[in-house]
Design a binder for this molecule. Sequence first.
Ligand code: CO
Length: 160
Amino acid sequence: MALRNVRKNGDPVLRKKAEQVNRFTPGLQQLLDDMAETMIDSEGAGLAAPQVGISKRVIVVRDEDAILELVNPVIASSKGNVVDYEGCLSFPGIYGEVSRAEHVQVTGLDREGKEVRLNAKGFLARVFQHEIDHLEGILFVDRASHILTPEELEKLREKS
Ligand code: CO
């Protein structure tokens, strides 16, 4: 396993529509392992392959102690709406308020190409929507209704 360099806002790879994965190779498994390691090292809640410079439809998401991996993920259905703040490893120190579905069902494939179906709510549902957006070249600042000011960030830190 190896850490990969996280691409920051302004890198063109973050704006590209990522390609479907059709081959489940050792290279894909290496990518998934490296993404998980990079996400944990960066203390992120999720990571999409374009964020490590690979324009493929691959995401990893942290679910408490587990790491969920999805290849070619799709939001199959969603329900409800909730506004909360979120950030992104490609935007260090920036947080914004974003409206997201409260419940989502996500389908996709695992590292061997087997079908996976996951239900998520709340923060986990938010992370899935954020990471799947990355595969379309959509960044959270595009959806944010408000970017937190330094004062608001301070208050948020005091609460947590
Ligand atoms: Co992000």
